[in-house]
Write a protein that binds this ligand. Sequence first.
Ligand SMILES: [Zn+2]
Length: 411
Amino acid sequence: MHADQQIVLHHCSVVDGVHDKPRAGEAVLIQGDRISAIGPEGELLAAAAPEAKRLDLGGAFVMPGLLNMHTHFSLSLPGPGGGAVSALSPHALALYMADGARRTLNSGVTTVRCVAEKDHAEFAIRAAIDAGTAVGPRIFSAGRALVCTGGHGYEGTDTLECDGADDFRRGARAQISAGADLIKVMISGGIAGEHEAIDTPQLTVDEMAAVIETAHAWGRRVTAHAGPAPIIEQAVRLGLDCVEHGYQLTEPVAALMAERGTSLVPTLIVTRCGDFFDTLGVPQWMQRRSLDAGPRHVESYQLALAAGVEMLLGSDMPPYQETGGTTATVRELEHMAAFGLTPPAALRAATIGPARWLGADADIGTVEPGKYADLIAMDGDPTQDVSALRSLRWVMKGGDVVRDDSIGLHA
Ligand SMILES: [Zn+2]
């Protein structure tokens, strides 16, 4: 995107992510890779330079690009689908992940938070995207997730086994030196581990404290894969910044999270995605564990909502993955809304909320002057019903149109 290029997006309603209602008859002026003004269509069209590109969005609703806070481009669940990913050579893996990054951006997700990727390959992809030699979203990554020996996800190069406080400190420092923006740690069992249960404790208190202290000292936030309330309570008291899944929260622990400002990425979709598991040939023991955890998972989410915990969208499965007739990201947003968030609140959980957690809210998360022109457009009004995102048909990242269904453009 040329710094002096001007684009005016018009014939649209702007869902800016600040106000709960769309602003009809407004246009968005983009200068280079950032938004420079939002205002009445007639005024902005008149004020733009004669050589500015004028893009008619055909009455679409325009909103900030989505942020998905729990992604894995190199996901390999148990079963033949995941086995094929695990068997890729390092070069083939990077190409596979780069393809996933491109599809992610096309699905309207303009920023991701990777929370365990194989072999640090995502840092090479991030560099290629920044250099313009690959196409994909803005990437924030935890590098490899830290686990105890045999802990959740220990089988692959997307985790690093550590034992003892010193080893967990070394693990955290190793991720930061590889380029990690945050640290991810597995503090309990989960759905995909054959030899563990969802509520298996996996780290000692001094190990958790070592990870959190080290990360914070280096200015990185920490998120934890966690299911059971007692373990989450320990970690939150130690300063944990975010909980992934939170399958079994209780009222007091939810209240503690709200009080301490610990966010929740509920990933509701992981206990209700049989079609996705079938596609990958996920074994029956894991499918049963996922399905069985579903009702308690929703109860946990609703306790957290009632307590005032900040919710952030994360799909766990690839953001673009087709499931339930749409993408995993949109399906997760639908679950978050169906189980309690209003549509505007659900949209914030997928835009400005994550941007704030990442410390990137000066650059992304709303449609406001000064921010990157990371925008998506659709035919329906997402502030009325988040399922409007199923009609997404246009994506822009940093002022570049990367998808436009009306002319058949898919980056
Ligand atoms: Zn995950």
